[in-house]
Design a protein around this ligand. Structure first.
Ligand SMILES: [Zn+2]
Length: 84
């Protein structure tokens, strides 16, 4: 079985980009993370943090559907019942 097809060509980000990545990690360290589920397959599609505002677009890694979420709007409809 060859997995060559799945190999991605990557390159090191610039120093400026690396600094931004480090700063972003520090910024979210004390923030609440919430998993936004794909409305189609209920897969945990992506994570938003406390300071995420506005609309975000996500492509579900499981079913491949692209959905636009209004993060602020979704925050108000906080669910009390969690299905595990
Ligand atoms: Zn999905």
């Amino acid at each position: 079985m060859s997995r060559v097809r799945h190999e991605l060509k990557t390159s090191e980000p610039s120093q400026e980009m690396l600094d931004k990545i480090v700063r972003a990690r520090e910024a979210i360290a004390n923030q609440e993370a919430r998993y936004i589920k794909c409305p189609y397959c209920r897969h945990n599609s992506f994570v938003v943090y406390g300071d995420t505002k506005g609309h975000v677009q996500s492509k579900c890694s499981k079913c491949g559907r692209i959905t636009v979420f209004d993060v602020l709007n979704m925050r108000r409809v906080r669910r009390r019942h969690f299905s595990i």
